[in-house]
Design a protein around this ligand. Structure first.
Ligand SMILES: C[S@@+](CC[C@H](N)C(=O)[O-])C[C@H]1O[C@@H](n2cnc3c(N)ncnc32)[C@H](O)[C@@H]1O
Length: 258
């Protein structure tokens, strides 16, 4: 009988996305809802449908990757980053530019927030952030750099004034000087090679969707990708349970150092 395990295999062949690494209950429920919404009888028919209908295929991919984000998400943690972690990063890097990775960056709110925060402490031309996501469409949106009022709600006022132009009633465009500092690229955390020598890796609000094994594997790869004393900044519900067994030292809630 064709069921979720067979569906997972077909989706992996079709998209390269391994749904087996995502928490099953949550993912299966979401996909079943989408199948129902498209008035299809089950997983098998849905696979056939996305192979024929490119629009449905794109809609499925967009639906799988939950893209919610905002600037300065959980502002109190951004304050810890700025006040407590930045001095460490600065002393690790000395005079060379910092190497930073925003992994699973979604619409770009996170890497752009990083650039703005860092611009207070470093000249802009000395800052760059690699920003990656599995979702190509969302990366295009990130590169466009247009946001709603709600997205920038938590952003310090000084940055809103300095780096955004109001386009319409509820749309703000980020300045090119900030945009230029971010290198967007597609990257699948579960499958692709990780670059090395990062001083700071920010990976927030994606690990919650992965199985324990997948998470453990990713945290180990982040460890390898960091420079000695490098910092990992995780999401509010994503604290590592056995961070010391990987080699990390817990610095503050949501911050680990190598
Ligand atoms: C909820 S958003 C998080 C955005 C941002 N980091 C934040 O905290 O606001 C989750 C992002 O993870 C991405 N994602 C899901 N699976 C992924 C994978 N295997 N590799 C890379 N990115 C993935 C999704 O496309 C989505 O943009």
């Amino acid at each position: 009988m064709y069921d979720y395990p067979e569906f997972i295999q077909d989706i992996k062949k079709l998209t390269g996305i391994d749904l087996a690494c995502y928490k099953e209950r949550q993912m299966k429920r979401r996909i079943e809802a989408l199948i129902k919404r498209n008035k299809l009888p089950g997983f098998k028919e849905f696979v056939a449908a996305i192979q024929k209908d490119s629009e449905l295929y794109e809609a499925f991919l967009a639906y799988l990757t939950i893209n919610v984000s905002e600037f300065y998400r959980n502002p109190e943690q951004w304050r810890v980053l700025e006040n407590n972690m930045l001095p460490k990063l600065r002393s690790n890097a000395g005079n060379r530019p910092l190497k930073i990775w925003s992994a699973a960056c979604s619409t770009g709110d996170e890497p752009y927030s990083l650039i703005m925060m860092l611009s207070k402490h470093f000249p802009l031309n000395k800052i760059s952030v690699d920003a990656t996501d599995i979702d190509k469409q969302i990366l295009q949106k990130a590169q466009l750099g247009v946001y709603s009022e709600k997205s920038i709600l938590n952003l310090p006022e000084e940055f809103k004034k300095k780096y955004f132009t109001k386009l319409g009633a509820d749309s703000y465009k980020i300045s090119d000087e900030i945009k230029k500092r971010v290198n967007f690229r597609q990257h699948n955390l579960l499958k692709d090679r990780y670059e090395k020598n990062y001083d700071l890796i920010v990976c927030r609000n994606v690990m919650i969707y992965f199985t324990e094994e997948a998470k453990d594997d990713i945290y180990r790869k982040f460890y390898e990708a960091l420079n000695p004393n490098g910092i990992l900044f995780v999401g509010s519900t994503e604290q590592m349970i056995h961070s010391d067994s990987i080699g990390f030292t817990s610095e503050y809630s949501f911050f680990y150092s190598k």
